[in-house]
Design a protein around this ligand. Sequence first.
Ligand code: NAG
Length: 362
Amino acid sequence: MIAKISFVAILSLLHILPTSLVLYAKATSRGRDTLELSIGIGSGSGSGGSSKDCGDELLGNTDQSQCSQEKIPLLGPIIQAPLLSPVVQAPIVQGLLNFIDQRLALLRYLYELDLSNNKLSGPFPTVVLGMTDLIFLDLRFNSFSGAVPAQIFTRDLYVLFLNNNAFDQTLPDNLGNTHVLYLTLANNKFTGPIPRSIAGAPSTLTEVLFLNNRFSGCLPYEIGLLDETVVLDAGNNQLTGPLPLSLFCLEKVEQLNLGGNLFYGMVPEPICWLGLNRNLVNLSLSDNYFQHVGPWCRALIEKGILNVRNNCIPDLPFQRPVADCARFFAQPRPCPRMWSYSYVPCRNAHLESLVPGIAPSP
Ligand SMILES: *[C@@H]1O[C@H](CO)[C@@H](O)[C@H](O)[C@H]1NC(C)=O
């Protein structure tokens, strides 16, 4: 009851304060069985320095109590002073979701909701779909399961952290409508293919983290259209097929991890070219079933940029036993749209010399 009274008080306060509101629900440092819900309000147009930005370590299980709450670079320091802290101490973590009832969705100026690093379980908290001004939603490091509602990808969220939960659906076709800067689906139980609609993602998408899920099927060439992406990590899934030549179009990529999948064929030389002439500093293809690497890729292995351990490349060390490779190749693993694997959806003056006979598309 006390919780509700405080909450109503805040609601009425908000009616007279046209400011931004950030809601943090964190397990406190005192123990994971107690939740401290603090609500801060402040000017959304504040300026000034920022200290440690914990959003940088997307997958690091950072102790958020050590983090500055100034986590939104676009808006500066959101929280200038905690208004009432703690507002409520719920006896159990799950009780929080009951507390965040429909009335929370009515809050104007609620821009950021951070429920990360708690012990929340159950379905995606659909109440957030009603929070029309939300731009930052952090659900990392909980035990949410089931499906992420497709509508969330059409919202104007620029931060949507979903990693380290137990979400287990196939990705919706509107994934590419997202506005997020980081697509953090890592460490869940997502299944099915990576949708071709990813091509529609805006150029602000700089990190794409699919690792440690159950994605399957072949990589769509459209993944090569993420031309601002700096980190692309789809490691440890069940993806198969050859690598699309379109990966060559990821001119800004620095970390490209496709290790721990079922990829086969030849590692396309133009992808290795990125490591010799562009920004790629880590190309991880270990634990797949690749059979061939050309001279550019061998140069990358020499430089320690390309890792092809535990594949099926006959003349390289640390490869799979021949019998394992034979067993893998006994089963056909065709991909649809085979033409698309040699399709290059970008223009690059070097391409003609790298891959004679392959012209960039119009
Ligand atoms: C390269 O990426 C792989 C996979 O993400 C990672 O395990 C490895 O530590 C990285 N290597 C370097 C030198 O950063």
